[in-house]
Design a protein around this ligand. Structure first.
Ligand SMILES: CC(C)(COP(=O)(O)OP(=O)(O)OC[C@H]1O[C@@H](n2cnc3c(N)ncnc32)[C@H](O)[C@@H]1OP(=O)(O)O)[C@@H](O)C(=O)NCCC(=O)NCCS
Length: 166
């Protein structure tokens, strides 16, 4: 039976995915910085949510969200997000972001902060976050409040220590 072209199963990462995640990130970003970041976050226990998109060929995408604080309140940094080149522009990246938000919404309250294309992240409800202070502050800083209590999208964003290496 043939699959729909956008077939990709979204699921939490498993230990046996780690080498493929490294390969995917190294290829998507043309450097090992993001792969090293994910390995360091995972080793430190700071990778709060890591989802992969798997298809017949292997790993089609990855999104990681790591522990942070925004203005002293719980936050998550969404980074990195990557889709294998062979599967880009098929909706896999969008599905990974939506799945992460859907997973968190019933069980977690806080802000998700991402550095990314404002138009792309606006699709998922992210707002420009000019009041988020950190070394990456600027027009690409976007944030979304998740959970029952609305989180103010203001204050200093303190990333997990693994981000210091970037
Ligand atoms: C960015 C990325 C994750 C998008 O994933 P994807 O599965 O290709 O995206 P989707 O198919 O869900 O969405 C496609 C839409 O996003 C747009 N889009 C894709 N990449 C984009 C980018 N880098 N900036 C802005 N828009 C982008 C497409 O134009 C398309 O728009 P349309 O729906 O109006 O036609 C993927 O291209 C990728 O891995 N790029 C390399 C790594 C990277 O830059 N990651 C993001 C920073 S962490």
């Amino acid at each position: 039976m043939s699959r729909a072209p956008d077939f990709a199963e979204i699921r939490p990462e498993r230990p046996e995915d780690r080498a493929a995640i490294r390969a995917l990130l190294t290829s998507a970003f043309a450097s090992t910085a993001e792969a090293d970041l994910v390995d360091a976050l995972r080793a430190a226990g700071d990778l709060s949510l890591a989802l992969v998109a798997g298809d017949e060929t292997g790993l089609a995408g990855f999104v990681g969200l790591s522990r942070a604080t925004l203005g002293g309140r719980p936050a998550l940094a969404l980074a990195p997000l990557a889709v294998a080149e062979r599967r880009q522009f098929e909706g896999v990246g969008s599905r990974l972001v939506r799945a992460a938000i859907r997973d968190l919404e019933p069980r977690w309250s806080g802000a998700i902060v991402v550095l990314g294309d404002p138009l792309w992240y606006a699709r998922f409800g992210f707002f420009p976050a000019p009041a988020v202070a950190c070394r990456w502050a600027g027009p690409h800083m976007m944030a979304l409040s998740v959970g029952e209590a609305a989180s103010p999208l203001v204050g200093e964003m303190v990333y997990a220590p693994a981000f210091d290496a970037l």
